[in-house]
Design a protein around this ligand. Structure first.
Ligand code: GLP
Length: 231
């Protein structure tokens, strides 16, 4: 496996390193960025906001979006991205699935067509407690393209901390497929906190299996894994 794993216990140091990996990619000419949401990304986006980096000649594509949540809702991924990054660091063009589309399946097809036309130079990834990437839940085919997913109860519970109650967490999402993620030239995966141990252990020590989507990254030639967990 070509995974480049860096274990960094101190979180400030870990996120400085994450920022530097991204900065290097920008300096090396990366133009198309796959972006991620989630608590894990907050300290990284803070560093980008406070940096000199300029993305006005770059394009971004987000991994996923909830279905049925108004775009203006503070927990929609479009709101998250605006608050955390785009308001301060705009891209020439930013793409997210439209969670308010009349027909989410049609929207997934539109998003996939867009992805097919671009080559992602850099993909940022977090990891779900159950090993999901994007919102590709366990059991998703490795050759999957952008699709509508039914969120696992455990995923909704994990994300309920961002909402007033579990009931408010959407039950569906549109996510980039695993094959789209794997097409990226370079991937930076950040796995921080004890809750990610099982998933990370599966990636570092387990077999490649659709039951734990993140394990597919073993087959990618250029993945950096930053973690504060000693496995
Ligand atoms: C979310 C997102 C993922 C994210 C993961 C972990 O549900 N769809 O893209 O990587 O779950 O989130 P967090 O960083 O908040 O732990």
């Amino acid at each position: 496996t070509a995974l480049k794993v860096e274990t960094i216990i101190d979180l400030d140091t870990l996120y400085d390193r994450a920022f530097n990996v991204l900065k290097e990619a920008v300096h090396n000419g990366s133009k198309n960025f796959g972006l991620a949401t989630g608590g894990t990304m907050l300290p990284l986006y803070e560093r980008i906001r406070n940096s000199e980096l300029d993305f006005t000649q770059c394009e971004s594509v987000n991994l996923d979006e909830y279905v049925g949540l108004p775009k203006a809702h503070p927990e929609s991924y479009i709101s998250f991205m605006k608050q955390q990054l785009f308001n301060e660091k705009p891209f020439k063009k930013s793409n997210l699935p439209n969670g308010e589309a009349q027909d989410p399946h049609e929207e997934a097809a539109r998003y996939e067509a867009l992805l097919q036309k671009m080559k992602l130079d850099f993909q940022l990834l977090g990891i779900g407690e159950n090993g999901h990437i994007g919102f590709n839940e366990p059991g998703t085919a490795f050759d999957s393209e952008t699709h509508v997913v039914e969120l696992e109860e455990s995923t909704r519970i994990a994300n309920a901390r961002f909402f007033n109650s579990l009931d408010e967490v959407p039950t569906k999402a549109i996510t980039m497929g695993i094959s789209s993620i794997m097409r990226a030239e370079q991937i930076l995966l950040i796995a921080v906190g004890e809750k990610k141990r099982t998933a990370l252990e599966a990636l570092l020590k387990g077999e490649v299996t659709e039951e734990i989507p993140v394990t597919i990254l073993k087959k990618h030639p250029n993945v950096t894994v930053l973690t504060d967990l000693v496995i």
